[in-house]
Design a protein around this ligand. Structure first.
Ligand SMILES: Nc1ncnc2c1ncn2[C@@H]1O[C@H](COP(=O)(O)OP(=O)(O)OP(=O)(O)O)[C@@H](O)[C@H]1O
Ligand SMILES: NCC(=O)N[C@@H]1O[C@H](COP(=O)([O-])[O-])[C@@H](O)[C@H]1O
Ligand SMILES: [Mg+2]
Length: 394
């Protein structure tokens, strides 16, 4: 039971991170009459444009985050990005605040080392072979041990930032420098992983709610430079693969606990299913569920957070998503081609409303449905390719 938003009886959700995923979470909360507050590092972030109120703060500044939370006193603190002052979240949780799904889940998934060691070393889940390194010299040793090619990632980064595939010793220094520039926090540690030749990779959206654990149909995706380009649902898998995937997802999400949606990233290989990483929040590749499911990953997240039941999740149709990315930095741009994109059958577009472009920044996504995923993928690609970014002075 709760009152109207903006009243003393309101139920209030505060998002830490306000990108395209948070924007949809806010809109789903609004649909249930919940008050929303959006926080991020810059003004006019996508979720801020639809929330009741917003704050701009350095997300790694624990004091700044604490000040906002103490002022707002939200019922739920909902991390939307990885790089947050998670020590502060742990402290706030101890003081009685609710962090979604849990402060520990946010803490462990904030850096690749925490979650990888938990998954591989504590839970014994199969993963790519890996090492950690703090210096170029340690990277050299790690690469030697793992062999080439290997994948190098800052321990704190997402959407492929600072990530590269190193093919030989000659490229090591360049990869190291790239990782140093791409990491979100002032930490130089990196993870080096053996390169996995997978048949395909999937996200298994797994929701923990008062109704128990439920899974969405698997989402297949293609990534370029560590960032997602397209996704589709359902991804064809054998029963054995589904069993393995769900078993991994259950193990890791049971360990992390709480209520909310998780995006469990898995590689499907000839030698079975490997765990890659997990987001304790909606997943970018899961945007496809806005077109395919009765309850999108964002609606599921909000339902779970509020403690409401999720008796079933229905896949209504096969579908696909395809991203539109910027190729330069600009504050003066327009997005065109909507007429052509929306002329593609069974297609929709979400424009995130980010105020600035950057090289590789995701600005919009096309969503399409069809009787089969191949047709849906072709439609989503056609719709996304019809979109274009026009920069001033071009
Ligand atoms: N060891 C590996 N072998 C082969 N490919 C890999 C490996 N690790 C990562 N990749 C590829 O790079 C992609 C991004 O990697 P990862 O998910 O670890 O980075 P990320 O920055 O956290 O991305 P996101 O935030 O979008 O989930 C993977 O989805 C996969 O396509
Ligand atoms: N893979 C994680 C992911 O997709 N996260 C989404 O991207 C936003 C940051 O975008 P930006 O870097 O363009 O500001 C985040 O706020 C979240 O919505
Ligand atoms: Mg990933």
């Amino acid at each position: 039971m709760y009152g109207a938003p903006l009243s003393t009886r309101a139920r209030k959700v505060l998002l830490l991170g306000s990108g395209e995923l948070g924007k949809e979470v806010v809109m789903e909360a609004q649909r249930l009459g919940v008050e929303t507050v959006a926080v991020d590092r810059y003004a006019n972030a996508p979720a801020m444009q639809v929330a009741h109120r917003s704050y701009v703060a350095d997300m790694l500044d624990g004091d700044a985050i604490r000040r906002i939370i103490e002022e707002e006193k939200p019922d739920y603190i909902v991390p939307e990005i990885e790089a947050i002052a998670t020590e502060t979240l742990l402290a706030l949780e101890t003081e009685g605040h609710r962090v979604i799904p849990t402060a520990r889940a946010a803490r462990l998934t904030m850096d690749r080392e925490g979650i990888r060691r938990l998954a591989a070393e504590t839970l014994g889940l199969p993963t790519a072979p890996y090492r950690f390194a703090d210096t170029l010299e340690e990277l050299r040793e790690a690469a030697q041990a793992l062999g080439y090619p290997c994948v190098i990632k800052p321990i704190m980064s997402s959407s492929g930032k600072g990530q590269s595939v190193c093919k030989s010793e000659a490229e090591l220094e360049e990869c190291w420098n790239y990782a140093m520039e791409g990491g979100r926090a002032k930490k130089s540690r990196i993870i080096v992983e053996g390169f996995i030749t997978f048949e395909s990779e999937i996200t298994l959206l797994t929701v923990r709610s008062i109704s128990g654990t439920s899974y969405c149909a698997p989402i297949g995706h293609v990534q370029k430079d560590g960032d997602y380009i397209e996704s589709w649902q359902p991804h064809a898998m054998t029963e054995e693969q589904i069993r393995e995937a769900e078993a991994i997802a259950l193990k890791i999400t049971n360990e992390l606990g709480g209520y909310g949606i998780y995006g469990v990233e898995l590689f499907l290989t000839n030698d079975g299913v490997l765990f890659s990483e997990v987001s304790p929040r909606p997943h970018d590749t899961g945007m496809v569920t806005m077109a395919t499911q009765d309850l999108s990953e964002f609606a599921l997240h909000i339902r779970a957070i509020l403690g409401f039941p999720i008796p079933s999740i229905r896949l209504l149709t096969p579908g696909a998503s395809h991203t539109l990315k910027a190729d330069r930095e600009s504050k003066a741009f327009r997005i065109g081609g909507m007429e052509e994109a929306l002329a593609v059958p069974n297609s929709q577009v979400r424009v995130f409303g980010k105020p600035e472009t950057k090289v590789g920044r995701r600005m919009a996504v096309a969503l399409s449905t069809a009787a089969d995923t191949e047709t849906a993928r072709a439609r989503a690609r056609a719709a996304a390719e019809a979109l274009h970014i026009k920069y001033d002075n071009e």
